[in-house]
Write a new protein. Sequence first.
Lengths: 278, 718
Amino acid sequence: MLPKFVSVIARAKDEALSWLSSLENPKIIAGGTDLMVKMRAGKHYSHVIDVAGVPELLGVTEKDGKLFIGPATTHARLSSEGSIVRNARSLALACGLVGSPQIRNMGTIGGNLANASPAADSIPPLLVHDAVVTLESRDASRKVPLEEAIVAPYVTSIDGKELIGSIEISPLRGYREGYRRVAKRATWAISRLGVAFAIREENGMFLDAKLAIGSCTPMPFRPRKVEDLLKGAPKNEATISDAIRMTLEEIKLISGIRPSYAYKLPVLKGILEEVLRG
Amino acid sequence: MFIGQDITRVDALDKVLGTAAFAHDLKKNNMLFACVVRSSRPHAVIKRIDVSAARALEGVVTILSHEDIPGENLFGAIKKDQPFLAAGRVRYKGEAILVVVATTEEAARRAADLVSIEYEDLGNISDPFISIQSPVLIHDGGNLLSHRKVVKGDVAKGFESSDVIVENAYSTTWIDHAYMETEAGLAYLDDRGRVVVASSTQNIHYKMKEISRLLAIPPEEVRVVQATTGGGFGGKLDVTVEGYLALAVWHTKRPVFMRYTREESLLAQTKRHPLYIVYKTGARKDGSLTAVEVNIVGDTGPYNSYGETVCLRAAVHATGPYEVPNVLVNSRMFYTNNPVSGAMRGFGVPQLALAHESQLDEIAGLIGMDPLDIRMKNALKRGSLTATSQALNHSAGLLETLKAVEPFWRERRKEGPGSGFGLGCMYYGIGNTGISNPSSCYLTLTPEGRVEMHSGVCDIGQGSDTVLLQILCDALGMEEMGIDLVRGDTDTSYDAGSTSASRQTYISGMAVCNAAQKLKKYLKEHGHYDGKPLKEIYRDAGDKGVPIFEGHFDPPTTAPDPETSQGAPYATYAFATHMTQVDVDEVTGVCKVIKVHAAHDVGRAINVSSVRGQIYGGVAMGIGLALMEEFIPGKSGSFDNYYLPTSMDMPEVEAMIVEDREPTGPFGAKGVGEPALIPQAAAIVNAIKDATGVRMRQLPCDIERLKLALEKDKENKG
């Protein structure tokens, strides 16, 4: 049963921000695919502010060589949005794999980010694209790299009076980019493992490699040391096996040994082999 | 001719338009809502129940406990051992303790949350192997519910004369029925003060009797109506909401509605029995089977439900559809404090199919024989003796189903690494095992000149209403379907038995034929076949009226010998062969089912689309059983973490219908409901072996188990 709450529909970002600052115990809702489940399970908010139709929070715009994604843009739209498909292929792929068609039609990228699940599909690709989120409140605005915005599983540094104004990502051109994920069934499943990657290579050398791994550690993460190792390294089996060994070591350093790793680490090894070999 | 045609389902239009009243849709003015308070402990004595806060909540009308039950507080289809409401002790997590009745559903659920119960935990018997030796007894009679044996020939001699012997252990787990409609119903008192219960159910007459015992009133004072039912698969054979509704209406005298949430259905309702199977097979170099020895240990949870049924049916089907001269099966079912396991599509036979089909492939591998050839060599056919030494004198089309898939099998080509093919065969006895399980119906004429069929058969979505009408039309030689169907109501129908054991087409179909013969004779005598319209026959019957014409059928069976189970437990058997193609991603452990050829000997397909529908659904369920479905007590709370296959997991299915007509069946028909599922998981597991070299003996073979097995295999080879 859903607890009782008051719902308001914002028509503009300012309106949402002003309600957010004035209403008691407020919560932003866009698609509601996470929030409604939590509220049904007992989480209570007095006021729910619907931003799904706020024009400033919708769609993708390009400016100064960056892409600005409105947080209320649905997964379905992002999976087929031309500028995303061209400039952030891993994100388009990941958004196309979230949940089910119904969830992709309702759920939004801002919501996915604010929910901060370790298994969120959109987060590894956003990390690969060095996403920066703009957090706005009625009186202030600040920019935070996504890596810093998520502080623990399901916990972000977003203040209760703030909303995500936009998500800024860097386009990657000339990269071999993708998203691989593993789940218990073909669709409508939470990822057991997700790997976003963008790799540039030339004449048998890795010029640049960006990797982000989800559903493995408390927060999706980029193995920076591995990326450093790969940068400028010859593309051969020795480099690849070093990179994989370092990745697995880094994971163990972050999380220790977990029972699920008996499955996840061999799978990750296999996926990274495929990804790095290309 | 209606039989063999694709007649549109009689229920199709209502369902497509959304006008069909499912149990969840039922309502009455002034109705109350009921909700069950359930145990949070697997095994405990209830020390104290405090309902004061719940009772004080606005809208709460009454809170009922076992002390409010006027009759007997025990139910069970096979043995009355399960309380409607726990009396001082709970034996599984989710067991019903109280019924809260309130003016709104919200108030009922909120009040249920406010009930506080103090427990004193008893030892939790979480596994049948603990149960075997535990000093803690779940019931006074001990923890062994049932032990059935099949003894044929001499297995020791059989193994002596074998060239190869293969012995392995297999295991399966709890599976939820996951019907689209959770358990629900509405109860009220009629004008005469009788208790009426309308619910989502597979058996109305059985439930009428249980309610009569619960309330200590004669069965005539109870009426049970089947609402349009959104799936059953065995899970709605046991009493679900009906007992609580009847009790609530008895005390409040007002209409009462209740429905389970999905979480409640998952927690509290029956599951497929986990079986632990040790299987030893002997064969000669030419592939002929010499002996089979099987030990089965099952987990029925704390109550019988259909535990005894599964224990026996698994035993008599343990060899699979093959001629085996020497057989020894020991099948034992134990009580535990796990969820109640009950009837679920196949009654233990899908679990055994995993074992016998894997074993056969291993034998074939050892002697270098093709998996199809070894099946053809050993296949039961007309004249064969089964494991219970029953001579198959009638329909036995296993070879024809093997021949139907043969061209596809012989021409199979692997599509790359990870690609593989597997076969699975099965046979399945139609109807209950070695006991009387009759069906009855009656026919009459209406003033409008239509035939009226009164049927107690519960159509749970599989299409029995349409099939029975088709049978009746052909039995009467009707050119148009001029029949009114009066159905699913204990007031207006005879007991047709449960919709289970794939029995309704065969058994109730024969009851319809039997009644039709009598009506046809009457119509002939009254000139209908010389052109006299039914309306005139009705009119001319005058005050005397048109009689009713009763039909009965009880399949001829013999009771299994108590020591050896030898005998003829079923009147007829269905047969099938599935061929499954998979694609295994060895990096991730993901197994995708690509294509299934499913050949079924159904005797006669009364409604071709319905038969195909059953086969498609069976394949889907088989994929779940093989690859992902696993109810973990205490962990599987909702569909969030209980994984069922989706349409995206479905392969292309080629349904092939084989018709080896059964002379004792209606127009040659047998049954297909459970058979459609039975061989699929086995075929998948055999295909995985073909694809990867790894033999999976524990279900579900989900991505993690498969990947770990692949890794282990690599290590062993490495």
